[in-house]
Design a protein around this ligand. Sequence first.
Ligand SMILES: NC(=O)c1ccc[n+]([C@@H]2O[C@H](COP(=O)([O-])OP(=O)(O)OC[C@H]3O[C@@H](n4cnc5c(N)ncnc54)[C@H](O)[C@@H]3O)[C@@H](O)[C@H]2O)c1
Length: 300
Amino acid sequence: MSFLEGRVAIVTGGGRGVGRTYALKLAEHGAKVVVNDLGGDAAGGGSDDLTPAQEVVNEIKAMGGEAVVNGGDVSSWDNAREMVAQAVETFGRLDILINNAGILRDRMLVNMTEEEWDIVVKVHLKGTFAPTHHAANYWRTESKAGRQPDARVINTTSHSALFANIGQANYAAAKGGIASFSQVAARELQRIGVTVNAIAPRAETRMTAGLREWTPEQLERRDPEWIAGFVAWLASAEASHVSGRVFEVWGYGITVAESWQHGPSCEASKDPSVLGERVSKILKFARGNAGINPGEWLDP
Ligand SMILES: NC(=O)c1ccc[n+]([C@@H]2O[C@H](COP(=O)([O-])OP(=O)(O)OC[C@H]3O[C@@H](n4cnc5c(N)ncnc54)[C@H](O)[C@@H]3O)[C@@H](O)[C@H]2O)c1
């Protein structure tokens, strides 16, 4: 029996990049897949080119699998509901939701337009919440009917959020929001048999193309297949004990990102004049933010 036999998955943004690889990997291991993709360019412009998603569906069918195209916009409430309904109507159930669709509009925040902020936050943050909301409602109904799901939500965050990339305030805010959302969702959905995790992938796709020159070895480690292998495992019954986690994933390894922790603290005061000394002291003992070079902050 295949690893994901009998399971039904939605992969958003599954027409290209890492999403495409997830859809193919899940199908290769027996899942039936709804391949969602709006089409369009890497900045979210245009929306009528469904060819990439159709090509992925064709590839899955050619290897004897089952898949359908969904051309909805993940950040549309109605489209997200229809996408979940399509999975259930076409394949009879839904087990796996991979929220992967995304766009970039990089700019230093002083130059960033309202539109560049809004669209990036909408596609990533609402585009994760809306499908999760509708899928969770389906799973809650199943659970209430006595058919307890063993379901998965796999969200997509980014190093940009975890390690504060300059020039990506909109994207990092949205991706950081997705990491926090995943933790809350994991706690809320646990009782209905749904695990929720987030991954920060690193791969060579059109989104990252041209960022740097890679050696052939580096390029191999940035092959989306490395991430797809982990995603297929996380989607399987074997990973039912893993929830509320954020993983960094690429060909160099799988790393658990450890979240915010309580650090050193001092006595509070309603009088601001006594706080300078106290706060400077706890900052001396606090660990730096992960991934930020020492001295980059203005702490004493
Ligand atoms: N490639 C990396 O190294 C990297 C690093 C960190 C995070 N990510 C994240 O991984 C995910 C996939 O990125 P990628 O590199 O494969 O990019 P990509 O541009 O190759 O693929 C993204 C896909 O999402 C689709 N899409 C965009 N907006 C959509 C919408 N509103 N509704 C439906 N589909 C939509 C696009 O058409 C595209 O096919 C994104 O969330 C991205 O932010 C990627």
